[in-house]
Design a protein around this ligand. Structure first.
Ligand code: HEC
Length: 109
């Protein structure tokens, strides 16, 4: 029993030290994007294209013309639609509003 406990400590302590060393909250690598462009590139560009030119998902450049009410577009991104995933569980409301504003004003594709 004692030997098992010693073995456990010997294994767990270095692992914990390793996790602490890699999981630093201030490291840039782990930082969650906060700008519209950063959030868009991390969550949307794979389907909608880096400049909103479209891909798996439709072209997003000019999307504001199809969604005159920004809240309708926020609702779509939050709740999803068909193959468009719901982001309500992945991004907080501020992040969703930020990325939606970005798609309305900054996409050139
Ligand atoms: C897995 C691929 C995928 C990802 C990731 C994705 N979308 Fe979509 N998106 C789609 C598809 C597919 C549609 C078309 C849905 C439909 O009309 O049936 C769509 C539709 C949309 C529409 C409506 C476009 C229109 O003209 O009607 C908006 C707005 C939109 N997505 C925004 C976003 C935003 C913002 C993100 C990132 C937070 C995102 N999408 C991430 C696949 C994706």
């Amino acid at each position: 029993m004692v030997r098992a406990a010693v073995l456990t400590v010997a294994l767990v302590v270095p692992t914990a030290a390793l996790v602490a060393a890699c999981g630093g909250g201030t490291s840039d690598r782990a930082a969650r994007p906060t700008t519209g462009q950063g959030i868009y590139r991390a969550n949307c560009a794979t389907c909608h294209g880096v400049d909103g030119q479209g891909g798996v998902g439709p072209r997003l450049a000019g999307v504001a013309g199809r969604y005159p009410d920004v809240n309708a577009q926020i609702a779509l991104v939050t709740n999803g639609l068909n193959r468009m995933p719901a982001f309500g569980g992945r991004l907080d409301p501020t992040e969703i509003r930020t990325v939606v504003e970005y798609t309305r004003t900054d996409l050139t594709g």
